[in-house]
Design a protein around this ligand. Sequence first.
Ligand code: UD1
Ligand code: MG
Length: 509
Amino acid sequence: MPQPHLRTTVVLAAGEGKRMKSALPKVLQPLLGRTLLGHVLTAAGPLGADRTVVVVGHGAEQVRAHLAEIAPAATPVLQSEQLGTGHAVRIALDAVPEASGTVVVINGDVPLLRAETVVALVAAHEREGAAATVLAAEVPDPTGLGRIVRDADGRLEQIVEERDASPAQRALREINAGIYAFDVARLRDALGKLSTDNDQGEEYLTDVFGLLVSAGEPVGVHVAADHVETLGCNDRVELAGLRRLLRDRVNEAWMRSGVSILDPETTWIDVTATVARDAVIDQNTQLRGATVVGAEAVVGPDVTLVDTVVGPAATVLRSHAVGADVGPGASVGPYAYLRPAARLAEGSKVGTFVEVKNSEVGAGAKVPHLSYVGDATIGAKANIGAATIFVNYDGVNKHRTTVGEAAFIGCDTSLIAPVEVGPGAYVAAGSAISQDVPAGALGVTRAPQRAIEGWVARKRPGTASAAAAERAQAAGGPVEAVSASEGEAIHGGAETVGGGLTAGDTATE
Ligand code: UD1
Ligand code: MG
């Protein structure tokens, strides 16, 4: 039994988009977080259609696979030959014999369309009891588009494609946006009468309007408030133009909701990202995918975040992050690289030229400079010295390293996983640690230092070094070799981390 008022949305997505010159079907081109098709389906979402039919053709397998991901409830219908938009809709409706009431048809290449506009189109259509209603817009440059031809009383007469239009019709700047509402029964009837008598020899959906008018059926034109919403794109230059327009729309919305965007022209926020109040987005920053930026966080300049969560009041400066989680008040960069499952707890720091992957950096812990942290758990308040490498890969498998709470890793250390440095333990700078260091112990693997007196004079005579050594000796006798007395700390050179414990420590403990 046919259901009453089974509302249907049809999206036309079978075209190739020749001028994109791409292996990707046009509707799969990406635009700030969604494909063109994804944007159109999102705009159609609030219609709450019972059935959504997507006509696929060029790259059908790719489009189907994408649909399965983003709109599993939609029904793809194959149009194996692209014989025109009218033909496409006919095939779509064959797949939904039970459709009744209003059917909405949307071209798949109109990504800036807003949901409110589609909803308003359908409301006007149903209010007027029209057989068909087209979304129109007055545009500065109508080149290539179908024109809305009205009679002396301003009523729609027909829609004429540019290539079939008279010079007078071409001068019209009111265009067909490619978005329509139809009464499905009257649409089916008119589709059966379409001819291919036009410049392209195709069945034009737009001809339905002329047919309905001739039959005395009521048709309507709904004019979009903002023509930008109706812009399609045929090549990559136009796609870039749409991307800029969408960028401006997205940035404006965030600024109006209380986000500071210091340079909107160089800030690119995907429609899928979110930013909380009083966050500051500095210039040349991209927020992609499911990225979330918390209140009062400062991101940028020169930051790209993909699917990354930045907590409240955190800062991220000149860095790249993918699938990372930056805790509240944490500090990242400049020049950090956070990879998937890098999780930085509250108040932690990942500094300059540091890469972190699949690791937890505990609350208040610091990895300030020149380090690789992979497959590690770093406890709260631990301090990881400059140039520490978490050696996680044996060529076949990855292994984990654990650094306990408030442990202190000296500079230029290799922690060779699997290994554990206990809470409060120290590791001397320059060590290669492959065995566990117990809580509170010092781990050190350094060879004792030797000083071979007079080596430079013998082996490097005539060099600047030899001359400098000679002058120093003439001035004050030989420079003392470092004496390794217990408890003397010789720092490793990094500002924040010592860990340059003396060889004497090893000898005596
Ligand atoms: C169409 C309209 C034009 C309107 C413009 C708005 C027609 C005849 N013309 O022209 O009046 O101003 O959109 O952008 O409808 N498609 C199919 N199967 C086909 C042909 C097209 O699925 O056989 C799909 C395309 O993938 C695209 C949409 O329909 O998503 C529109 O087709 P396109 O070739 O871009 O039509 P336009 O020439 O832009
Ligand atoms: Mg088009």
